[in-house]
Design a protein around this ligand. Structure first.
Ligand SMILES: Cc1cc2nc3c(=O)[nH]c(=O)nc-3n(C[C@H](O)[C@H](O)[C@H](O)COP(=O)(O)OP(=O)(O)OC[C@H]3O[C@@H](n4cnc5c(N)ncnc54)[C@H](O)[C@@H]3O)c2cc1C
Ligand SMILES: NC(=O)c1ccc[n+]([C@@H]2O[C@H](COP(=O)([O-])OP(=O)(O)OC[C@H]3O[C@@H](n4cnc5c(N)ncnc54)[C@H](O)[C@@H]3O)[C@@H](O)[C@H]2O)c1
Length: 470
């Protein structure tokens, strides 16, 4: 049986990040990946979705131009085939870059097959031709990602797609039901609607994109509702019909050409037979992972990326791959495990306006202990110039420490505001200190300043100017 120092399972963003570090300390490793290469992010995730969103936003922006004296835009129309060709050709470029480090690996280290545990240090790799090989590894990094949730009954219905198949289409569909209005459903649903596809959105929870602040939720419902009708609080039933799908929600039903099922993603840990490694699993089939080391306690197995079932986003997958690799290297060199502190949590949907949160969400906080500063953009100069005055920021600060603890928003250019807020949150500074930072005029950031000033009024028992010292 082949013996290696390290086996990495999954050539996605987490696995490839880990590989980059492992290669520096040992030449005795294998990378095992099932199916296609190119990472979820580049092939079916972050990147193709952002290309579609960019095209949709560019087209939508045309509506705002006549008032500025730019004429003739009414003739503009969308060519669905060209849109999808653009999405696919850009995606192929991103995939090409992503697979470069994998392509240079020697064949004996680069195994295209499914890995599963035989015991805690032994893996069986099943290749596509049915051949198998056993490999014993001192240390194992599990980074097998996640897959779209798709109920068994829906799998056989023609016209049901997920984000794995959506970007393969030759053209845009005509009429679509987007089921599940989390990040994927909202981003793709709004983009399609803005490109002229008839879209309805259905979500069984009472909110969109996981927003927990009721005021931000209401604003998001109002604003996204301008793009396509949203049905919340009900799960949809599907029935195949000729040339499409009948979608029922409560008493109502509609017929569509296509259903985009965006019901969430399931970690792929169930594909690796973890039970054979003697690991205790919870009801969801998940092991207990120490998020500061990425190690499954008491084993030489580490988990990184979407497979953890925690933060299914790219920079977290890369960070976790790095942490797992650092600790695998420590273990190979008989060193002590290193514990890493997670960065401030940050999540966003690239809808328009952008939706997102940083730090703690509203639902995680005790209203007794926090002050809330909010602002909408109606009166700010720059958003008015840009014709993007709709949005709401809600910032939460701890009454005792006077520091930001988190925030939720739907805001023009919110992706940038969320970054800046996450950065200052991670630095643990008081609201007064943040207000002493420069804010240029005229800018969207002035909206953040207004919300911070509102917090300062509640947190300090003197006028804001005195608090800031200006
Ligand atoms: C539509 C969409 C849009 C997204 N947009 C964003 C965004 O804008 N920003 C953001 O931060 N994140 C976004 N994400 C999330 C981001 O893409 C993921 O968090 C990230 O790609 C996860 O990386 P990973 O390495 O964990 O998994 P992956 O990249 O999925 O890699 C896992 C690999 O493991 C392989 N594998 C699985 N099981 C086995 C096995 N048993 N044996 C061997 N190999 C196996 C898989 O085939 C795959 O190649 C988006 C996701 C989707 C679906
Ligand atoms: N901009 C980004 O960073 C970005 C973009 C896309 C995806 N992602 C990542 O991908 C992950 C998966 O995204 P997602 O949108 O699939 O998952 P999600 O968990 O965000 O949303 C799934 C939604 O589907 C709903 N749902 C589930 N079953 C349903 C049913 N039968 N009927 C109606 N609604 C139902 C859930 O209530 C939930 O709101 C996210 O957690 C996110 O981390 C990130």
């Amino acid at each position: 049986m082949r013996q290696v120092d390290v086996a990495i399972i999954g050539a996605g963003s987490a696995g490839l990040t880990a590989l980059g570090l492992i290669k520096k300390v040992t030449n005795n490793y294998v990378l095992i990946n099932e199916g296609w290469y190119g990472t979820t992010c580049a092939k079916v995730g972050c990147m193709p979705s952002k290309v579609l969103i960019q095209i949709a936003d560019d087209f939508d922006r045309l509506k705002k131009l006549p008032v500025e004296g730019i004429e003739g835009v009414a003739q503009a129309h969308v060519n669905g085939e060209t849109v999808m060709k653009r999405v696919q050709s850009m995606r192929d470029g991103f995939v090409e870059k992503t697979i470069a480090p994998w392509q240079t690996l020697p064949a004996d280290k680069n195994l295209n097959g499914r890995a599963a545990f035989i015991d805690a240090n032994t893996l069986e790799v099943t290749y596509s031709d049915g051949q198998t090989e056993q490999i014993q590894a001192k240390q194992i990094i599990l980074a097998p990602g996640s897959r779209p949730v798709l109920p068994a009954a829906w799998q056989a219905i023609q016209g049901v797609v997920t984000s794995d198949t959506f970007f393969e289409q030759a053209s845009l569909p005509k009429k679509v039901a987007v089921i599940g209005l989390g990040v994927i459903g909202l981003e793709l649903g709004q983009a399609m609607a803005r490109l002229g596809v008839e879209v309805v959105g259905i979500e069984m929870a009472d909110t969109l994109a996981g927003i927990s602040d009721p005021e931000v939720r209401n604003k998001a419902l109002e604003l996204l509702g301008h793009d396509f009708p949203l049905y919340l609080g009900q799960a949809a039933q599907l029935e195949p019909i000729e040339n499409g799908v009948k979608v029922s929600v409560g008493e109502q039903s509609i017929e569509v050409d296509q259903v985009l099922a965006a019901l969430g993603r399931r970690p792929n840990l169930d594909t690796v037979n973890l039970a054979n490694a003697g690991i205790t699993l919870d009801e969801q089939g998940m092991p207990e992972i120490d998020s500061s080391t990425m190690r499954i306690q008491g084993t030489s197995i580490y988990v990184a990326g979407d497979a953890t079932g925690q933060k299914a986003i790219l920079h977290e997958a890369a960070d976790e791959g790095r942490i797992a690799a650092y600790n695998v290297i420590q273990a190979l060199q008989q060193g002590e495990a290193k514990h890493y502190q997670a960065r401030t949590e940050l999540g966003m949907a690239f809808t328009h306006p952008n939706i997102g949160f940083f730090g703690k969400r509203f639902v995680e906080l005790d209203p007794e202990h926090i002050a809330i500063g909010s602002y909408n953009f109606n009166m700010l100069g720059r958003p008015r110039v840009m014709q993007e005055t709709e949005g709401l920021i809600r910032l939460y600060a701890d009454k005792k420490t006077k520091q930001l603890v988190g925030g939720e928003m739907i805001a023009p250019r919110g992706e940038h505001l969320l970054h800046q807020l996450a950065w200052v949150h991670q630095l643990n500074v008081e609201i007064a200190e943040i207000l002493r930072l420069p804010f240029y005029h005229p800018n969207i950031e002035e909206g953040v300043r207004m919300a911070l000033r509102e917090l300062a009024k509640q947190l300090y028992d003197k006028p804001v100017e005195e608090v800031i010292g200006a």
